[in-house]
Structure formats: structure tokens, C-alpha cells
Write a protein that binds this ligand. Structure first.
Ligand code: HEC
Length: 133
């Protein structure tokens, strides 16, 4: 019995070294991977940024698409929305917990697109930007 135990212990140390070397090789490989494999956030959320395109990408694009084309199950296309012709109705929709624009949706639009940090001035320039989508 004692001999078996001893031989098991003799295997343990070389195996530790072997797997240690493999782990080091894997680490070295990972360190050489190109940086493009790392997912980077593309949108910087800066409420002080007055560029409506940035505000749109930040606050609206997730639900309405980068070009306003809509995102299935999140938000409809807004490109041809009749609301775009009525900036005060849009402003009211964004700044109050208004009833859904489309009653069939039964969905109260997120207050300020879900970003209360957006100021009225930013919302106004955002509304102008929507017309150009
Ligand atoms: C959490 C998802 C979500 C976010 C974020 C969001 N919306 Fe919406 N939006 C919706 C949904 C769902 C509707 C449809 C229901 C409705 O009309 O209230 C809608 C409706 C609209 C409409 C009216 C479309 C129509 O004619 O019925 C406009 C315009 C609009 N959103 C603009 C925006 C803008 C601008 C932002 C960013 C400030 C924004 N939305 C952020 C989900 C979202």
C-alpha cells in the first residue's frame, strides 16, 4: 500500500509543472490576441453633449434603430411618424407620462426616452434631428 501512495505523489509534482506550463502558454496566447476581440462600448453617454445625433444614439437608437428604422419588439419605426410634424406633441410625449401615441400599443413612452438627464433644450434639438432621419 505504502508503495502505491508514494508513486501517486511522484506523479503529482510533474503533472503540476506540466499543467502550469500549459496555463502559462495559454496566457501568453491570450496576451497576443488582437485588441479587436475586446468589445468596446461605442456610445459615450454624456448628458452635456449637445449634439442631437449623439443624444439620439444614446437615448433612442436602442429602441428605434440607428436610422429610426425601428427595432423589432422594442420600438416602431419613427421615420414616417406623423408625430414628427408636431414638435409640441412630441415634446409633450417626452416630458409627461403621456398616454401611448398608438393606443393599441398600450405603452406609455419612456419619460425623456428613459433618460431624465436630457434637458428640454436637448430634447428640442433632438426633435429637430428626428425630422432629418
Ligand atoms: C424603451 C424603448 C424606447 C426608447 C428608449 C425610446 N422609445 Fe420611442 N417609442 C417606443 C415605443 C414602444 C413606441 C410606440 C408606442 C408609443 O407610440 O407610445 C415609441 C414611440 C415613439 C414615437 C412615436 C411613433 C409613432 O408615430 O407612433 C416617437 C417619435 C419616438 N418614440 C421617439 C423616441 C425618441 C426621440 C427617443 C429618445 C429620446 C425614444 N423614442 C426612446 C420605445 C422607445
Amino acid at each position: 500500500m505504502a508503495t502505491v501512495e508514494t508513486s501517486n505523489q511522484n506523479i503529482f509534482a510533474p503533472m503540476l509543472v506540466f499543467f502550469g506550463i500549459i496555463a502559462l502558454l495559454l496566457l501568453a496566447l491570450m496576451a497576443n490576441m488582437p485588441a479587436s476581440n475586446i468589445v468596446q462600448p461605442t456610445i459615450v453617454s454624456d448628458p452635456a453633449n449637445d449634439d442631437p445625433a449623439v443624444a439620439y444614439a444614446w437615448a433612442c437608437a436602442a429602441c428605434h434603430g440607428a436610422e429610426g428604422e425601428g427595432v423589432e419588439n422594442f420600438g416602431p419605426s419613427i421615420v414616417n411618424s406623423p408625430l414628427l410634424d408636431d414638435s409640441s406633441a412630441l415634446m409633450a410625449m417626452f416630458t409627461t407620462a403621456a398616454a401611448p401615441a398608438d393606443p393599441e400599443e398600450g405603452f406609455v413612452h419612456p419619460y425623456r426616452g428613459g433618460y431624465p438627464e436630457l434637458t428640454n433644450a436637448q430634447l428640442r434639438s433632438l426633435i429637430a434631428y428626428l425630422g432629418a432621419l
